[in-house]
Design a protein around this ligand. Structure first.
Ligand code: IPD
Length: 346
């Protein structure tokens, strides 16, 4: 197991083993190449038909396109996963972002770059939103155009500690709907996937939520974040206490994307979290809905992909029970304009 030591109070960078060297943040160095591609080159089959601008002009997405995109997403996730696995037990160079619990490694940045390049080659007109690109200063912008939303390593803290729940999360939004999604546990080699309207799968086998409606029969997945303000700590303790009094227990894998897959495959019944971003939620939102689950905001209202919070459950009844008892922790949204995802039936 790697040892994690903050080696200099004046530096935000440290090494998980051995000696460290202060380096300029690779995020800044990589910025020019990580800026989303808005190229108009069009040499790919799907791009001729999906360039929605106004709702009335939106071209319907076909089954063939979904299959093509899903295949590409799985290929990208496996390629990224190989990179993540090969770095997993090696020394890591770690940089702090907003706090000592908010980290980024070279692998996060390299993998995001690699995945962007992969999709850019295949789909030159597609756009991108990525965790590390955003951290480097590129604003989140979601239009009707096909946009890949990517978290190269969901569970960076786990990755730093070599705790084997680390996901590559990839989703494609078209007309501001998630059309395909994959969440790949790169260490345990488990692939969750979904295409809109066609169900959710784990390694090719169909999965579904447990369907539980009673909190007394529910496992609840959530995170208790470190280093919060006293008020936020209070809210966290309140929520944990109330759910421990009602449910069967609380779990957390340390990756939002894999937490969501536990609801999708019926291993747990409720998941909620405050403070997460669109790249943490996009793949899981589709996978849960395609598995028959419910995805809302934490107050029990419509789910806003940009709203920085999610409440997912195996049934609407359960989701509303939990929503009604939660103390909320509001964060600045990823974009001012909300993006409400419709269900596959709409
Ligand atoms: C984090 C993980 C974690 C969640 C944090 C996320 P990252 O994503 O999903 O479980 O609690 O809110 O930021 O930074 O490891 O990609």
């Amino acid at each position: 197991m790697a040892t994690c030591e903050l080696l200099s109070s004046s530096s935000s960078q440290y090494s998980t083993m051995g000696k460290f060297s202060i380096q300029k943040s690779p995020v800044i160095d990589q910025l020019p190449e990580m800026v989303p591609s808005h190229s108009n080159v069009n040499n790919n089959v799907d791009d001729t038909t999906v360039t929605g601008k106004q709702p009335s002009e939106r071209v319907k997405v076909t089954e063939e396109q979904r299959l093509l995109w899903l295949g590409a997403a799985k290929e990208a996730a496996r390629m990224a996963g190989k990179e993540v696995r090969s770095a997993f037990y090696r020394e890591k160079t770690v940089t702090m972002k907003s706090s000592p619990a908010d980290l980024v490694t070279e692998t996060d940045q390299n993998v995001e770059k690699m995945v962007f390049s992969f999709f850019r080659r295949k789909f030159p007109t597609h756009r991108f939103i990525g965790e590390e690109t955003t951290a480097a200063g590129v604003p989140v912008e979601l239009t009707d155009d096909p946009t890949w939303i990517i978290d190269p390593i969901d569970g960076t803290n786990n990755f730093v500690h070599s705790f084997p729940f680390v996901a590559v999360a990839i989703a494609l939004s078209v007309n501001r709907e998630i059309e395909v999604a994959v969440t790949y546990n790169a260490i345990l080699d488990v692939m969750y996937s979904a295409a809109r309207g066609t169900g959710a799968f784990r390694d090719g086998k169909r999965i579904s939520v447990s369907g539980a409606t009673d909190i007394k029969e529910s496992l609840i997945v959530t995170t208790a974040k470190s280093l919060l303000t006293p008020q936020k700590m209070e809210n966290t303790f309140h929520n944990l206490r109330s759910l421990l009094e009602q449910g069967r227990g609380i779990r957390n894998l340390g990756t939002a994307a894999l937490n969501m897959c536990q609801i999708a495959e019926g291993a747990a019944e409720v998941y909620f979290e405050f403070g997460i971003h669109c790249w943490d939620m996009a793949s899981g939102a589709l996978i849960i809905r395609e598995a028959g689950g419910v995805v809302l905001d934490t107050a029990g209202g419509p789910f806003n992909l940009m709203g920085r919070c999610m409440l997912a459950a195996s049934s609407m009844e359960l989701a509303q029970t939990v929503a009604s008892g939660l103390r909320h922790d509001h964060k600045k949204p990823d974009t001012e304009e909300p993006v409400f995802l419709r269900s596959a039936k709409d």
